[in-house]
Design a protein around this ligand. Structure first.
Ligand code: CMX
Ligand code: CO
Length: 140
């Protein structure tokens, strides 16, 4: 099952400016930064808290790397803001299969690679009350 909120993904036009806002306003620090070419993002993970199961909760700041990426399309339509929620699971394939059986469209037939080698799938926002939802199984 789903055990925690893993992260809130936030679309931004300027990753460095967004990182500086969260650092100077709230004191959140970058734990990890990477480029994910498959997803078309440059991203930073800012840890908010730890949890008993060893997972943590993050803000994921997302700057598009190309114009045809999901985050670029979102920014063009909506401007900067909350882009998706991600729930943590110990078995992303099993969680996605169970949710898919309930009629929710699973956008990835096989899990893809997310932050720091995690395995991720997305659920269609139109089947989730307008919320783009990600399921994530951390690498460790
Ligand atoms: N949240 C809520 N609704 C969204 C949305 C979002 N982030 N993105 C699109 N939508 C809605 C649009 O508002 C639109 O609704 P209407 O038809 O009512 O206007 C509808 O979905 C279709 O929008 P679109 O702009 O035509 O977008 P697409 O269908 O081309 O793509 C989606 C939408 C969700 C399938 C695509 O963004 C996707 O596959 N996302 C998953 C991958 C991803 O987002 N990667 C980046 C993050 C990586 C990470 O977290 O690591
Ligand atoms: Co995400």
């Amino acid at each position: 099952g789903l055990t925690r909120l893993d992260h809130v993904g936030i679309a931004c036009r300027d990753l460095d400016a967004s990182i500086e806002f969260y650092r100077s306003t709230y004191g959140f620090e970058v734990e990890h930064e990477e480029v994910n070419e498959e997803q078309g993002v440059r991203e930073a993970m800012l840890r908010i808290n730890g949890t008993d199961d060893g997972g943590a909760t993050y803000l994921q700041l997302l700057e598009p790397t190309r114009e045809d990426s999901p985050v670029a399309k979102f920014l063009a339509r909506n401007g900067e803001g909350v882009h998706h929620l991600a729930f943590g699971t110990g078995d992303v394939a099993a969680s996605a299969a169970g949710i898919g059986e309930r009629g929710v469209r699973v956008l990835d037939s096989e899990p893809r690679t997310g932050t720091a080698g995690s395995r991720i799938v997305f659920l269609h926002p139109k089947d989730c009350g307008g919320v783009l939802t990600e399921l994530v199984q951390s690498a460790h």
